[in-house]
Design a binder for this molecule. Sequence first.
Ligand code: S3P
Length: 443
Amino acid sequence: MLQNLRPHQSSRPSTPLTGTITVPGDKSISHRALMFGALAIGQTRISGLLEGEDVLRTAAAMSALGASISRDGADWLVSGRGIGGLIEPADVLDMGNSGTAARLLAGILATHPFYAVMTGDASLRKRPMGRVITPLAATGARFSARAGGRLPLSIEGTGDALPLAYKLPVASAQVKSAILLAGLNARGITEVEEPEPTRDHSENMLRHFGAEVSVTAQRSGKIIHLTGQPELRAADVLVPGDPSSAAFPIVAALLVPGSRITVENIGLNPLRTGLFTTLREMGAALMVQNFRLQGGEPVGDIVAEYTELKPCGTPPERAPSMIDEFPILAIACAAARGVSRLRGLHELRVKESDRLAATAAMILAGGVRAEIEGDDLIIHGTGNPPGGGLVATHMDHRLAMSALVFGQMTGAPMKIDDASFIDTSFPGFAALMRSLGAAIIAA
Ligand code: S3P
């Protein structure tokens, strides 16, 4: 928990990691469950919601828009207002560090006829919102943002929205979802074409709440069609563990000699599992057990055992299915012996930080050569990184956790400048890692 952590942390070479754990709920599914619940009629019960800062921002925003949201034991209850039924918020909506919350909410607000303003922390205020403003403006909504389409952003939504037909210029589930959410309160069919498949949690959950969604396959991507103004009916949601969070203990176990851990109940949607595919190509001993379908999403337990990893080469078309996992994959590559090339990483430049530059700097801080060539990251793994560096985390939770995993296997400890952002996606990270045997201390 945040209160147990000092802002600075360091991790040092650890003894074998062993044990069975679960990780917090999936961040993407948690945001969507709160948003769809708020747009449905009736009461939605959410089990396993991620109680991280990002998702709590979404919960606060949906209550400010009139949904009633409460905790019931470990579950969360959302009483929705129906499509088009949200009300004007009395104050600015602060989305904290969360790009997903801000972009998806922009879609909802575009087709509600009132005025709203969104802002965020210093990291989110640097991130481009033009990618949602441009398509959403075609509904008839009006947007004003800072230069470069940056937050704060004001939105005057429309109550008489035109449905959109839009081809995504970048592979982004956030942009796709913003358009689908806007389409919920537009007359007629909304269409989004994605040239490369991205995570489809919005499509799955829309169907789960009773909307009509169909998908036509294209050469490499697909077109998603949504029928506007459905009556969304409250539906219970069981949130699986986040594969993007499970990635940290799993990679740690692969890198620390003698380790064997099990991470139970991980979401295994194939549009999220590019990291596991890549780790297997690197020779990793990863086994899936208890594979099952849970609430429309595939789920399983992963067993990870220490392996001497080989370097890898990832193709650009795999990037969307592992878009949040490149910092931790880079650590695995630094530990492997040989040259790895991670291709097509342009979208990393607009994440919580410039993750391409920051990941390369993290690897260098551990004493391993890394360079950026165009949109590719090249890592010259040595098998035994010296470590000893301080990593600048740039308000980016995934860099902080990756650096702490790095320190489990470097010769000398690794330090990070700020651990506080870990709570955006993985509250309890350090304690959970320590329960497996990892050595993470306040520095
Ligand atoms: C997310 C989509 C991804 C991902 C983010 C969560 C989502 O962003 O990086 O952490 O929940 O839709 P993009 O869709 O912009 O790549």
